[in-house]
Design a protein around this ligand. Structure first.
Ligand code: PEP
Length: 251
C-alpha cells in the first residue's frame, strides 16, 4: 500500500553530539503524537550507530544519505550498503542532486547502489529532479522520465516496488524557492504514469512519491494535500526538531 512518508536529510550538518541530541528531540516529540505518516531521519554515516541507539525505530526510521557502488574492498573513504545496514539503519538516500552534481554520480553508478541497497534490505529513497534551465525550457518532464528509466527500469517489478521516489526540483533545494503545489502535482502524476506504463497501475498506485525542495511547515500542508504527493524529503527544515515536526504533522 502507498504510504505517506516524511524523511529528513541532514546532509553534512551536526557534530555527533548535536546529531544525537536532534535525534533524541525528534524521537521524544514523536511520543506525543500519532503521525499520519512514517517518519525517517537520514543522517551522516558517523551518526548512524549512535542515533540508532537512542531512537525507537518503530516510530522513527533511520537512514544513510548515500552508500558506495561496491560491496567491499579497496575503496578508501567509501561506506558500503552492508556497513550501513550493520548500524541498524534501514533506509538510504540515493541519487540526491548534490551527489549527482558534486560527485559525478551517473545512472550507471546509481544502478549499482540501488542493487546493493536492495540486496542489504535497505529501502532506497531515490531522488530525481530537473535543474532550472530544464524547467524553463520545458524539458523537465522528459528529464525526470530519463532519470527514472536509465537508473531504475532494469529492476523487476518486485524490486521496483521496494523503492521510495523523491521528486526534488534542483532549483528548489536549499533556495527557499518551493515548487507550487500544482507544479509538484503535475510532476508526481507524470512520474506515476511513467511507472504505470512500465510496471502497471498497481505498482504505480502503491509507489510513495515524496516532494523535496524548501518544504517547510508553512507550505507542507498544501503540498501534501495533492493526490500524488505522498510526503516530503526535508533538508534544512529537518535540522530543527520543531520545524521537522511541523511538517510531520502537516498530514
Ligand atoms: C534536500 O536536500 O533533499 C532538500 C529537500 O533540501 P531543502 O529542504 O533544504 O531544500
Amino acid at each position: 500500500m502507498r504510504k505517506n512518508i516524511v524523511a529528513g536529510n541532514w546532509k553534512m550538518n551536526t557534530t555527533l553530539n548535536e546529531g544525537v541530541g536532534l535525534a533524541k528531540d525528534v524521537n521524544e516529540a514523536l511520543k506525543n503524537v500519532t503521525p499520519k505518516c512514517d517518519v525517517v531521519i537520514c543522517v551522516p554515516f558517523t551518526h548512524l550507530a549512535p542515533v540508532c541507539g537512542v531512537i525507537d525505530q518503530q516510530k522513527l526510521g533511520l537512514g544513510a544519505e548515500n552508500c558506495a557502488d561496491h560491496k567491499s574492498g579497496a575503496y578508501t573513504g567509501e561506506v558500503s550498503a552492508p556497513m550501513v545496514a550493520s548500524t541498524g539503519a534501514t533506509y538510504v538516500i540515493l541519487g540526491h542532486s548534490e551527489r549527482r552534481q558534486y560527485y559525478g554520480e551517473t545512472a550507471e553508478t546509481l544502478k549499482e547502489k540501488v542493487r546493493l541497497a536492495l540486496d542489504n534490505n535497505l529501502t532506497p529513497i531515490f531522488c530525481i529532479g530537473e535543474v532550472l534551465e530544464q524547467r524553463e525550457n520545458g524539458s523537465y518532464l522528459d528529464v525526470v522520465k530519463g532519470q527514472i528509466e536509465e537508473a531504475l527500469f532494469d529492476l523487476s517489478a518486485e524490486d521496483f516496488s521496494k523503492l521510495i521516489l523523491a521528486y526534488e526540483p534542483v532549483w528548489a533545494i536549499g533556495t527557499g524557492k518551493t515548487a507550487t503545489d500544482d507544479q509538484a502535482q503535475e510532476m508526481h502524476a507524470f512520474i506515476r504514469s511513467v511507472i504505470a506504463n512500465k510496471y502497471g497501475n498497481e505498482v504505480a498506485d502503491n509507489m510513495s512519491i515524496l516532494y523535496g525542495g524548501s518544504c517547510k511547515p508553512s507550505n507542507a500542508k498544501a503540498l501534501f494535500a495533492k493526490p500524488d504527493v505522498d510526503g516530503g524529503l526535508i533538508g534544512g527544515a529537518s535540522l530543527d526538531a520543531e520545524s521537522f515536526m511541523g511538517i510531520v504533522t502537516a498530514f
